[in-house]
Design a protein. Structure first.
Length: 160
C-alpha cells in the first residue's frame, strides 16, 4: 500500500470514527427516549407520549441525516477493507460500529415493549367502549320501564 493510499484510508477511518461517535451519541439519547416511551405507554399517558415522540422524531431525523452523510465513507472503507484492517485504528472503529448495532437492537427491544403496552391499552379501551355501550343499552331499557310513555298513564287515569 502506498503512502497516499494509507493516508486516504486513515482519513476515511478518522472520518468514520467521528461519524460513528456522533451516531452513538444520538443512539444513547434514543435509548433514553425509547425507555420514556415505554414508560408512558405502559401508563397510557398519551399527552406525554406525544411529547416524547416529538423528541424521538427530532433525534431520528438527525440520525438519518448523519447516516446519509456516512454512507459514502462506509462504502469507501468497504472498498478498501483489507487496507483498512491493516491500520491499528480499524479495530476501535469496528468496535464502535458494533456498539451502535447493539444500541439499535436494544432500542428495538424497548420499542416492542412500548407497542405491546399500546396494544394492551387499545384492547382495554375497546373493552371499555363495549362495556359503556352495553351499560347504555341496559340503562335506556330501564328508563323505559321507569318512565312509561304518556299513553299508558292515560289508561291508568281512566281505570282509576
Amino acid at each position: 500500500m502506498t503512502t497516499s493510499e494509507h493516508d486516504e484510508v486513515v482519513r476515511l477511518l478518522e472520518q468514520y470514527r467521528a461519524g460513528i461517535d456522533a451516531e452513538l451519541n444520538l443512539l444513547q439519547q434514543l435509548t433514553g427516549v425509547a425507555e420514556q416511551q415505554r414508560e408512558v405507554s405502559r401508563q397510557s399517558d398519551f399527552t406525554a407520549l406525544s411529547t416524547v415522540s416529538d423528541t424521538r422524531d427530532d433525534l431520528m431525523r438527525s440520525l438519518v441525516a448523519l447516516e446519509d452523510d456516512l454512507r459514502t465513507v462506509r462504502q469507501a472503507l468497504a472498498a478498501n477493507r483489507e487496507r483498512a484492517r491493516a491500520i491499528p485504528e480499524y479495530a476501535e472503529v469496528a468496535e464502535r460500529h458494533l456498539k451502535a448495532l447493539q444500541l439499535v437492537n436494544q432500542i428495538l427491544g424497548t420499542d416492542q415493549h412500548s407497542m405491546s403496552a399500546l396494544a394492551d391499552a387499545e384492547v382495554a379501551r375497546r373493552s371499555a367502549v363495549v362495556s359503556l355501550e352495553r351499560g347504555e343499552t341496559t340503562l335506556a331499557a330501564y328508563r323505559r320501564v321507569l318512565s312509561p310513555p304518556a299513553a299508558h298513564a292515560s289508561l291508568v287515569d281512566k281505570l282509576g
